[in-house]
Design a protein around this ligand. Structure first.
Ligand SMILES: *Cc1c(COP(=O)(O)O)cnc(C)c1O
Length: 432
């Protein structure tokens, strides 16, 4: 079977995510036969550098022997068992280790990112109900924020392209000013922009906190907004305001968790502990679908009761899947054994250095980086820029997926200097 065979058959049988299927007439999907570290290899034997970590999920490259071995070992024991009324070592060990790493003592599992958002929103709402504050039903999120695309998650998402069509199906929520540093006024620093956004949230909360259950946000980087980065002071302010106004803080670290921003979790950079922490994507190193919502003793205690209905009666069939939990445990082992956070710090500094000429390119604006994320906006991007840039990068061996006029790199952490040089040089040639 060649690439062309799989492209024909996929068009006949599949409906691809986030895709106008007619566009596949111009840009057929890339059939991937296998992966090797940060490389994807198609059915004709061509190699592409996975610059976006397969939609931000992959941490340590494809076909990683240690993660694969953990899953294989688990396969011979138990592949899956219902988690209502049963338990097993992988899910217990994973919950214990995540609690140690986050200071959040109770873990509830889902299967993908959007389900984690749904769980956090429902838990927050239900907490206030159990706590005798049933009027606290509202949610506030940030402008240009992204939390997934099921109806509840889409209600707190603010990306017009995904949301507008479904607007009448959704719950009304408020979007607070984004702290995105790119939106700073002329002469305004990133910190000043963050403080201005915080002040705006403060005045909204002063009026609406009594009817608001939670603030949900993506700490430090709004991924789907085009890797919009903001100053950590916004998170410290948000934590303080949420405490003062008695509103939960939900940190959606689905994209930024597991070292992406340079610390294991982005909230650490502001010294903030959220009331709910949503994790997915990198949780299993990009191997299997799994998500997790971690929360505090206090919130857990509000559900602990003789009355069934005070409990959190929410479930997904594959909750706490043992194979996925073993992949996640292997990921945590790799973080420890390979001192990943420290190794990445050195790598990130080298890559930022390599990208300096690109940052100075006349077509590039708002060049930004944090941890293992680099992004810039293209000044004179024509309509259709993203798809066109994607296609031309592919011809030169890079798998990239611009968001609007934003080009970004979010590679697996195993990229080496040579591959970083390739990314920098191909993108520079494309801009020229
Ligand atoms: C990807 C993402 C989600 C949704 O996760 P899915 O697994 O795609 O449902 C939610 N929040 C953020 C910040 C994300 O990046």
């Amino acid at each position: 079977m060649t690439n062309a065979d799989w492209q024909d058959r996929t068009r006949a049988a599949l409906w691809h995510p986030c895709t106008q299927m007619k566009h596949l007439e111009q840009v057929p999907p890339l059939p991937i036969a296998r992966g090797e570290g940060p490389w994807l290899i198609d059915y004709d034997g061509r190699r592409y550098l996975d610059c976006i970590a397969s939609w931000w999920v992959n941490l340590f490259g494809h076909a990683h022997p240690r993660i694969s071995a953990a899953i294989t070992d688990q396969l011979a024991r138990i592949e899956h068992v219902i988690l209502a009324g049963c338990t097993h070592a992988p899910v217990v060990e994973l919950s214990e280790r995540l609690a140690l790493l986050t200071g959040l003592s109770h873990a509830f599992y889902g299967s993908d990112g959007a389900s984690a958002t749904e769980i956090a929103l429902k838990m927050s709402f239900h907490y206030w109900r159990n706590a005798g504050r049933p009027e606290k039903t509202g949610f506030v999120s940030l402008q240009n924020g992204y939390h997934g695309e099921t109806l509840g998650a889409l209600s707190v998402t603010d990306v017009a392209l995904f949301k507008h069509t479904y607007a009448t199906l959704l719950r009304h929520t408020h979007q607070a000013m984004s702290p995105d540093a790119r939106l700073a006024a002329p002469g305004e620093s990133a910190e000043a922009r963050a403080l201005r956004a915080a002040a705006s949230l403060e005045s909204w909360l002063a009026e609406h906190a009594h009817a608001t259950a939670a603030l949900i946000l993506e700490p430090l980087v709004q991924g789907a907004a085009g890797m919009a980065m903001y100053h950590p002071i916004y998170l410290s302010c948000a934590r303080e305001m949420c405490d003062r106004h008695r509103v939960h803080l939900i940190a959606d670290e689905i994209a930024v968790g597991f070292g992406r921003t340079g610390t294991l979790f982005a909230c650490e950079q502001a010294g903030v502990r959220p009331d709910f922490l949503c994790l997915s994507k990198g949780l299993t190193g990009g191997y299997l679908p799994l998500s997790c919502v971690l929360t505090t003793d206090d919130i857990y205690a509000a559900f602990y009761d003789d009355a069934t209905a005070r409990g959190f009666l929410h479930s997904h069939s594959y909750t706490g899947n043992p194979l996925a939990c073993r992949a996640a445990l292997a990921v945590l082992d790799i973080f420890e054994a390979d001192d990943v956070i420290r190794t990445n710090r050195a790598k990130a500094a080298r890559f930022t250095g390599l990208l300096a000429p690109l940052a100075a390119h006349p077509r590039v604006e708002h060049f930004r980086s944090l941890g293992m994320i680099w992004a810039f906006d293209v000044r004179d991007a024509a309509p259709g820029f993203g798809m066109d840039f994607h296609r031309r990068a592919l011809e030169m061996g890079l798998f990239l997926r611009p968001i609007g006029n934003t080009v970004y790199f979010m590679p697996p952490y195993v990229v080496e200097e040579e591959e970083m040089r390739l990314m920098a040089s191909v993108v520079r040639r494309l801009l020229d």
